[in-house]
Design a protein around this ligand. Sequence first.
Ligand code: FES
Length: 105
Amino acid sequence: TKITYIEHDGTEHVVDVKPGLTLMEGAVKNNIPGIDADCGGACACATCHVYIDKAWADKTGASTAMEESMLDFAEGVEPNSRLSCQIKVSDALDGLIVRMPESQH
Ligand code: FES
């Protein structure tokens, strides 16, 4: 599944992420800077905050209540903010574009 991660400074990383992994794991495995994931994907740190490209908002679904409450701790939260460890990669997300916030680099 092709995912494009864009760093805050505009650097693009286009990588192939295996379906079943999370967006966070896909970034970490490919050494993409901008996703710290301090808690390792437990939805408990909010340092895997990303912005989902607007065109993809429907496909990535809604965030859970737990994710919403963690996002309160992230900086620069926008309506399209998500925690990348809570989004599973699937074939339906082929071509997805995510951007990393300024606070994580
Ligand atoms: Fe910690 Fe996502 S990795 S909340």
